[in-house]
Design a protein around this ligand. Structure first.
Ligand code: 5GP
Length: 188
Protein backbone atom coordinates (compact mmCIF):
# COMPACT_ATOMS: atom_id res chain seq x y z
CA UNK A 1 0.00 0.00 0.00
CA UNK A 2 1.81 3.07 -1.31
CA UNK A 3 0.46 5.67 1.16
CA UNK A 4 1.53 3.45 4.05
CA UNK A 5 5.02 2.94 2.61
CA UNK A 6 5.36 6.70 2.18
CA UNK A 7 4.34 7.29 5.80
CA UNK A 8 6.83 4.66 6.98
CA UNK A 9 9.66 6.17 4.94
CA UNK A 10 8.86 9.76 5.89
CA UNK A 11 7.94 9.31 9.54
CA UNK A 12 9.24 5.91 10.67
CA UNK A 13 12.43 5.60 12.71
CA UNK A 14 14.53 2.56 13.48
CA UNK A 15 15.33 1.97 17.13
CA UNK A 16 17.49 -0.71 18.75
CA UNK A 17 18.33 -2.22 15.36
CA UNK A 18 15.10 -4.05 14.57
CA UNK A 19 12.23 -2.01 15.99
CA UNK A 20 10.44 0.42 13.72
CA UNK A 21 8.99 3.39 15.56
CA UNK A 22 5.78 4.60 13.93
CA UNK A 23 4.46 6.79 16.71
CA UNK A 24 3.80 9.69 14.30
CA UNK A 25 0.93 7.94 12.53
CA UNK A 26 0.07 4.56 14.06
CA UNK A 27 0.78 3.93 17.70
CA UNK A 28 0.90 7.20 19.56
CA UNK A 29 -0.28 9.95 17.24
CA UNK A 30 -2.76 8.41 14.79
CA UNK A 31 -3.36 9.52 11.19
CA UNK A 32 -7.13 9.03 10.70
CA UNK A 33 -7.07 9.29 6.89
CA UNK A 34 -4.32 6.71 6.65
CA UNK A 35 -6.26 4.46 9.08
CA UNK A 36 -9.33 4.82 6.87
CA UNK A 37 -7.35 3.73 3.81
CA UNK A 38 -5.91 0.80 5.78
CA UNK A 39 -9.43 -0.24 6.81
CA UNK A 40 -10.55 -0.08 3.18
CA UNK A 41 -7.59 -2.21 2.02
CA UNK A 42 -8.23 -4.91 4.62
CA UNK A 43 -11.98 -4.83 3.88
CA UNK A 44 -11.32 -5.25 0.14
CA UNK A 45 -9.13 -8.30 0.80
CA UNK A 46 -11.43 -10.01 3.31
CA UNK A 47 -14.88 -8.90 2.10
CA UNK A 48 -15.94 -12.31 0.77
CA UNK A 49 -14.80 -14.39 3.72
CA UNK A 50 -17.93 -14.08 5.83
CA UNK A 51 -16.03 -12.41 8.67
CA UNK A 52 -18.31 -11.85 11.69
CA UNK A 53 -15.88 -10.22 14.11
CA UNK A 54 -12.60 -8.32 14.14
CA UNK A 55 -10.17 -9.11 16.93
CA UNK A 56 -7.12 -7.09 17.91
CA UNK A 57 -4.91 -6.44 20.94
CA UNK A 58 -4.95 -3.17 22.84
CA UNK A 59 -3.80 -0.58 22.17
CA UNK A 60 -1.96 -0.14 18.88
CA UNK A 61 -4.13 -2.54 16.91
CA UNK A 62 -7.36 -0.73 17.76
CA UNK A 63 -7.16 2.11 15.21
CA UNK A 64 -6.64 -0.02 12.06
CA UNK A 65 -8.98 -2.73 13.41
CA UNK A 66 -11.74 -0.20 14.09
CA UNK A 67 -11.57 1.19 10.57
CA UNK A 68 -11.72 -2.34 9.16
CA UNK A 69 -14.71 -3.19 11.34
CA UNK A 70 -16.46 -0.05 10.10
CA UNK A 71 -15.89 -1.08 6.47
CA UNK A 72 -16.98 -4.69 7.00
CA UNK A 73 -19.94 -3.75 9.25
CA UNK A 74 -18.91 -6.14 12.01
CA UNK A 75 -18.03 -5.56 15.67
CA UNK A 76 -14.49 -5.11 16.92
CA UNK A 77 -13.29 -6.76 20.12
CA UNK A 78 -9.91 -5.89 21.57
CA UNK A 79 -8.03 -8.29 23.80
CA UNK A 80 -6.95 -6.67 27.06
CA UNK A 81 -3.47 -6.71 28.52
CA UNK A 82 -4.62 -6.99 32.14
CA UNK A 83 -7.40 -9.03 33.74
CA UNK A 84 -10.12 -6.63 34.97
CA UNK A 85 -11.64 -7.73 38.30
CA UNK A 86 -15.08 -7.06 36.81
CA UNK A 87 -14.70 -9.46 33.87
CA UNK A 88 -16.95 -12.53 33.87
CA UNK A 89 -15.50 -15.82 32.69
CA UNK A 90 -12.20 -14.50 31.28
CA UNK A 91 -10.16 -16.50 28.80
CA UNK A 92 -6.49 -15.80 29.44
CA UNK A 93 -3.06 -16.63 28.12
CA UNK A 94 0.44 -15.28 28.56
CA UNK A 95 2.44 -13.61 25.81
CA UNK A 96 6.03 -12.49 25.50
CA UNK A 97 6.33 -8.92 24.25
CA UNK A 98 8.99 -8.35 21.66
CA UNK A 99 9.22 -4.59 22.20
CA UNK A 100 8.84 -4.60 25.99
CA UNK A 101 10.99 -7.69 26.49
CA UNK A 102 8.68 -9.13 29.15
CA UNK A 103 5.72 -11.46 29.58
CA UNK A 104 2.20 -10.22 30.26
CA UNK A 105 -1.38 -11.54 30.37
CA UNK A 106 -3.86 -11.30 27.54
CA UNK A 107 -7.54 -11.57 28.41
CA UNK A 108 -10.88 -11.62 26.70
CA UNK A 109 -14.31 -12.23 28.20
CA UNK A 110 -15.70 -15.56 26.96
CA UNK A 111 -19.01 -13.87 26.11
CA UNK A 112 -17.30 -11.70 23.45
CA UNK A 113 -16.70 -14.73 21.21
CA UNK A 114 -19.54 -16.78 19.73
CA UNK A 115 -18.74 -20.34 18.81
CA UNK A 116 -19.74 -19.71 15.19
CA UNK A 117 -17.66 -16.52 14.86
CA UNK A 118 -15.39 -16.20 11.84
CA UNK A 119 -12.63 -13.98 13.15
CA UNK A 120 -10.32 -11.58 11.37
CA UNK A 121 -7.28 -10.76 13.50
CA UNK A 122 -5.79 -7.33 12.82
CA UNK A 123 -2.57 -6.02 14.35
CA UNK A 124 -0.15 -3.15 13.82
CA UNK A 125 2.98 -5.35 13.51
CA UNK A 126 3.90 -8.96 12.92
CA UNK A 127 7.37 -9.71 14.28
CA UNK A 128 8.05 -13.05 15.98
CA UNK A 129 4.40 -14.05 15.94
CA UNK A 130 4.05 -14.37 19.72
CA UNK A 131 1.00 -12.08 19.82
CA UNK A 132 -0.67 -14.07 17.04
CA UNK A 133 0.08 -17.40 18.75
CA UNK A 134 -1.53 -16.01 21.91
CA UNK A 135 -4.64 -15.17 19.86
CA UNK A 136 -4.66 -18.75 18.54
CA UNK A 137 -4.52 -20.03 22.14
CA UNK A 138 -7.38 -17.75 23.23
CA UNK A 139 -9.63 -18.56 20.27
CA UNK A 140 -8.64 -22.23 20.62
CA UNK A 141 -10.57 -22.23 23.90
CA UNK A 142 -13.76 -21.64 21.86
CA UNK A 143 -15.19 -23.18 18.68
CA UNK A 144 -14.75 -19.95 16.69
CA UNK A 145 -12.29 -19.90 13.79
CA UNK A 146 -9.57 -17.49 12.70
CA UNK A 147 -10.37 -16.86 9.04
CA UNK A 148 -7.94 -14.07 8.26
CA UNK A 149 -4.90 -12.19 9.52
CA UNK A 150 -4.46 -8.53 8.59
CA UNK A 151 -1.13 -6.93 9.45
CA UNK A 152 -0.29 -3.28 8.89
CA UNK A 153 3.51 -3.71 9.00
CA UNK A 154 4.92 -7.21 8.54
CA UNK A 155 8.61 -7.59 9.41
CA UNK A 156 9.16 -10.64 7.24
CA UNK A 157 12.73 -11.07 8.45
CA UNK A 158 11.37 -12.23 11.83
CA UNK A 159 9.71 -15.59 12.52
CA UNK A 160 6.03 -14.55 12.62
CA UNK A 161 5.45 -14.17 8.88
CA UNK A 162 6.58 -17.71 8.04
CA UNK A 163 4.61 -19.14 10.96
CA UNK A 164 1.36 -17.59 9.69
CA UNK A 165 2.07 -18.61 6.06
CA UNK A 166 3.01 -22.19 7.03
CA UNK A 167 -0.29 -22.60 8.84
CA UNK A 168 -2.16 -21.57 5.68
CA UNK A 169 -3.92 -18.56 7.14
CA UNK A 170 -5.22 -15.97 4.70
CA UNK A 171 -2.60 -13.29 5.48
CA UNK A 172 -2.89 -9.75 4.17
CA UNK A 173 0.10 -7.56 5.04
CA UNK A 174 -0.06 -3.97 3.81
CA UNK A 175 3.67 -3.22 4.11
CA UNK A 176 6.29 -5.94 4.05
CA UNK A 177 9.68 -5.06 5.42
CA UNK A 178 12.52 -7.25 4.19
CA UNK A 179 15.13 -5.75 6.51
CA UNK A 180 16.07 -2.85 8.69
CA UNK A 181 19.75 -2.29 8.00
CA UNK A 182 22.17 0.56 8.67
CA UNK A 183 19.27 2.88 9.46
CA UNK A 184 17.56 1.97 6.16
CA UNK A 185 14.07 0.53 5.77
CA UNK A 186 14.07 -2.01 2.93
CA UNK A 187 10.66 -3.13 1.65
CA UNK A 188 10.11 -6.58 0.20
P1 5GP B 1 5.24 -10.38 17.80
O1 5GP B 1 4.37 -10.96 18.87
O2 5GP B 1 4.79 -10.77 16.41
O3 5GP B 1 6.69 -10.66 18.04
O4 5GP B 1 5.14 -8.82 17.90
C1 5GP B 1 3.91 -8.20 17.68
C2 5GP B 1 3.68 -7.05 18.60
O5 5GP B 1 4.89 -6.44 19.02
C3 5GP B 1 2.90 -5.99 17.86
O6 5GP B 1 1.57 -6.03 18.31
C4 5GP B 1 3.57 -4.69 18.20
O7 5GP B 1 2.86 -4.06 19.24
C5 5GP B 1 4.91 -5.06 18.72
N1 5GP B 1 5.98 -4.85 17.72
C6 5GP B 1 6.71 -5.80 17.08
N2 5GP B 1 7.63 -5.26 16.28
C7 5GP B 1 7.48 -3.92 16.39
C8 5GP B 1 8.16 -2.81 15.80
O8 5GP B 1 9.10 -2.92 14.99
N3 5GP B 1 7.71 -1.57 16.15
C9 5GP B 1 6.69 -1.39 17.03
N4 5GP B 1 6.32 -0.13 17.29
N5 5GP B 1 6.04 -2.42 17.62
C10 5GP B 1 6.43 -3.67 17.30
Amino acid sequence: MEQLKTAILKQGRIVNGNILKVDRFLNHQIDPLLMQMIGQEFAKHFQNKGITKILTIESSGIAPAMMTALELHVPLVFVKKAIPSTMDNPLTTKVFSFTKNREYDLTIARAMIDDNDKILFIDDFLANGEAFKAIERLIGQTKATIDGVGIVIDKVFQKGHQYVVDKDYDLCSLALIAKLENGQIVFK
